[in-house]
Each structure stands twice: as structure tokens, then as C-alpha cells.
Ligand binder design. Sequence first.
Ligand code: 4FV
Length: 249
Amino acid sequence: MDYYVMTLFPEMIENCLSESVIGRAAKNGIISINAVNIRDYSKDRHLHVDDYPYGGGAGMVMQPDPVYDCYSDIVSKAGKARRVIYLTPQGRKFTQAEAEAFSKEDSLIFLCGHYEGVDERVLEEIVTDNISIGDYVLTGGELPVMVMIDAISRLIPGVLGKMESAEYDSFQDGLLEYPQYTRPEEFHGKKVPEVLLSGHHGNIAKWRRLESIRRTYERRPDLLNDPAVLESFTREEREFLKELSEKDQ
Ligand code: 4FV
């Protein structure tokens, strides 16, 4: 996977994504991260890339030309640009399913906005996907891009080492992940659930599934409104969910 990030702060991207799992994947050549400075494409002597909004109002807007020229340069070097993702609160919500879909691409171009955003005309011309990482307003698109690159990259074969796994994650089957435990067996008087020490894989899998349902019911009941999730429930799991909701009455 080749990532191209159009940004005013390439160092933010390079420094943060050169560490840990993502940094190792880049070193191993499984992914590449190419941060490109939009300011390099400014045509004025003060290297401006933003200007006052037409129609008045607070803040500044990123001008279309430097963004477009930066994009064109990436495409001319990297070839086709199937997906160009603009990070904005006005985008569709980034989810695990979206991460799965994006992880299948060969390359992704990201546009990081700043100030009040980017001139609509260049967005219309180059952006294929408007994506939001949450309903709040940040100062720039760089942190959202790093969130996306992290969530997408961990799904690319070879990125997670043997000791890590994306096999079962929260949201993978529409439910939150079950609670995790490791040594010591007792911590502050609290023991690890017996079933996890039993070595009985069937019982462990069943316990984990029921605990996923419990955790989802307690923390994200909205996820249980998805018919596809409920369809995956066995009769016993439906009974368990019914008991949870009856206890609440
Ligand atoms: C954002 C979000 C976000 C808005 C103005 C960057 C900022 C500036 N991006 N999910 N929430 N972006 O707040 O993706 O352009």
C-alpha cells in the first residue's frame, strides 16, 4: 500500500508514522508513506496557501491552485489515483468496515485541510471520499489521517507481527471485543475468570462471545440495532441478551 498525504505539516506525518507498528511496516516495505507539502506548490513569494473567504466570515480558506498542483504532481509520479480522501467533519463516518474496504486499495491519497477548510472547487474536482473520524472539529486533517492510516494498515497482511492479531477486534463481527486478561492470575484480589485458565477452547470461545454481547449491550447498545448483528446470534445468545435487558427493567 502506498499512502500519499497532502499536508502543510509533513513532519507531523513523517515523525508520528515512523514509530511503532506502522514505522516497522514502512521499514519492511509493506507500506510506504509519502508526505507532500502543499506549501511547496504556492506560487506567491510569501508562500501563501490560504486567503480570506468570499462572502466574509471568520478564518481563512485553503486556495485551490496549490492543492490541485500538489495533487497533479502526486498523480504524475504515482500514476492512477483511484481514491482521494478528504478529512472533514462533513464526511461520512470512518468505521472498521471502511478501514477494511480502504485496505484493499493499492494506493490512497489523503488531503489534510486546515483553517476553515479548502476551496470547494478543487474538492469537487479531486476528492472521491469525504471522511470524518468523529463529530468534533480539529485544527487540521493530519491527526485524522494518522488515525486512518493506522486503522487501515493493521489490516494489511504482514503489518501486524505474529504476536498481534486483527483476527478478532472490536466491531469485527459488529460487537465490541470481550475483556482481556494476562498474568498475574490475581491482581488486587481480583482473579482471572476461571474459564480462561481451563484450556477448554470451546468454553473459552463461548465465554468470549457472551462477554462481547454483554459489553456491547452495556457500552454501545446502538450496535445491537443492526439486524445483521442480531441475525448472527444463536438462540442461546438471544436468550442471554434477553436476560440482560430484563435485569435492566
Ligand atoms: C476532521 C474530523 C476535522 C476541520 C477544519 C480540519 C478539521 C480543518 N477531519 N474528521 N472531525 N478536520 O475536524 O476528519 O480543515
